[in-house]
Write a protein that binds this ligand. Structure first.
Ligand SMILES: Cc1cc2nc3c(=O)[nH]c(=O)nc-3n(C[C@H](O)[C@H](O)[C@H](O)COP(=O)(O)OP(=O)(O)OC[C@H]3O[C@@H](n4cnc5c(N)ncnc54)[C@H](O)[C@@H]3O)c2cc1C
Length: 339
């Protein structure tokens, strides 16, 4: 019979993140379907408050590796904590959110545990008392169904796929696991974060707003209007808190010395060689909707686009709604209505 361990990093404020709760939701569902016992494994400075917040999730045990050494992201301490929790729980299946922190530490833990790991898991299917998973390959073009005989099997679960666990708090009987901090060369001295307004990539936003290269092209009057485009996009983001995506052509212009939208970087790029974000809705503007771009939209629920060209890529089934219109005029009106 399988036994499950679900891992989470306690945040600085003592709470669990949205990604942690999604993975917990998936683990609770899987444990129920398999009839398997579930253990929660927490890592962080202090874990009791986080354990209490999920005390009624149905887990049989709550384990924690606590202390200043395990509060911040660092491979050596994270991998030691994961290894200790996995050994203590005796889990055959270990689930963690696909955060950068777990993505870095979990493969090392899998080696130490003589286990195997799958990353970016998006489907968990209980099958005959065990588990089959699904994940995408080749930029979401191929989906594979996998199972494995080797245990423990470690899995990182993609964000935005599983419903987050929700329930009432309680008092969890937290068992603390002592882990001697390994010798570390890396000292974490603090965080440097951009201003809230400078951060335009917002994975939790309900809307993805994509800006394409058309914003910097000559318009009907034969002129470019980049400052105006910047203001329209910035105002829309400020008013809606949407996440900003871009086409490759637009972000490439900075390295090609073209006119650029100043707050865009390659991190904003959506598509085959960019990101594949998950938002309930997406709005593409001045973007042609070519396949290498729209492949990054696979997980966007409802898709709309504004383009002057009625024959653009969005018109051939890539968008639910295409507005054949001037995006400068449309976004000016939208911003006016939003204010
Ligand atoms: C191997 C490979 C990988 C690639 N990976 C990616 C990727 O990851 N992501 C990506 O985006 N691309 C990728 N591309 C490039 C992709 O094929 C396209 O070239 C790119 O997406 C085009 O960007 P665009 O639509 O912004 O620009 P354009 O093709 O120049 O389109 C601009 C659009 O703006 C419209 N427009 C202009 N003015 C207005 C206006 N006032 N109102 C409304 N519409 C207006 C025009 O009608 C036009 O459709 C890749 C290509 C290759 C070969």
């Amino acid at each position: 019979m399988e036994t499950l361990l679900v891992l989470a990093h306690v945040q600085d404020d003592g709470a669990l993140s949205a990604a942690d709760l999604e993975t917990l939701g998936a683990a609770v569902g899987l444990a129920g379907a398999l009839g398997a016992p579930l253990t929660v494994g927490l890592m962080g400075k202090a874990a009791q408050a986080a354990a209490d917040s999920i005390a009624t999730c149905g887990a049989q045990a709550f384990l924690a590796v606590e202390g200043e050494d395990f509060a911040t992201a660092r491979y050596a301490t994270d991998v030691a904590a994961v290894e200790a929790l996995a050994r203590k729980s005796g889990a055959t299946l270990v689930l963690a959110p696909a955060t950068s922190r777990f993505a870095r530490a979990l493969p090392g833990a899998a080696v130490r545990l003589d286990g195997r790991i799958e990353t970016h898991v998006c489907v968990l299917t209980p099958a005959e008392g065990t588990l089959r998973i699904q994940r995408w390959y080749y930029r979401q073009r191929m989906q594979a169904t996998l199972d494995r005989a080797q245990r423990p099997w470690l899995l990182t679960l993609d964000r935005g796929v599983f419903a987050p666990w929700s329930g009432s708090p309680g008092t969890a009987a937290l068992e603390k696991i002592e882990v001697a901090p390994p010798a570390c060369r890396t000292q974490v001295v603090g965080y440097e974060t951009p201003d809230a307004d400078a951060q335009t990539i917002r994975p939790d936003a309900k809307l993805l707003f994509v800006a394409g290269a058309g914003w910097t092209r000559k318009q009907a009057d034969g002129q470019t209007h980049v400052p105006e485009a910047e203001k329209l996009i910035r105002d829309f983001l400020d008013l809606t808190r949407a996440s900003l995506g871009s086409s490759k052509s637009l972000v490439d212009q900075s390295s090609e010395s073209g006119a650029v939208i100043s707050f865009l970087s390659h991190f904003n790029q959506v598509g085959q060689t960019g990101a594949t974000p998950r938002h309930p809705k997406g709005l593409a503007t001045c973007c042609h909707g070519e396949e290498p771009h729209t492949v990054g939209w696979r997980f966007i629920g409802e898709r709309r686009a504004v383009n002057l060209d009625a024959n653009c890529g969005w018109a051939i089934g890539k968008a639910d709604v295409l507005y054949v219109a001037d995006a400068f005029q449309v976004m000016a009106k939208v911003n006016e209505l939003l204010k």
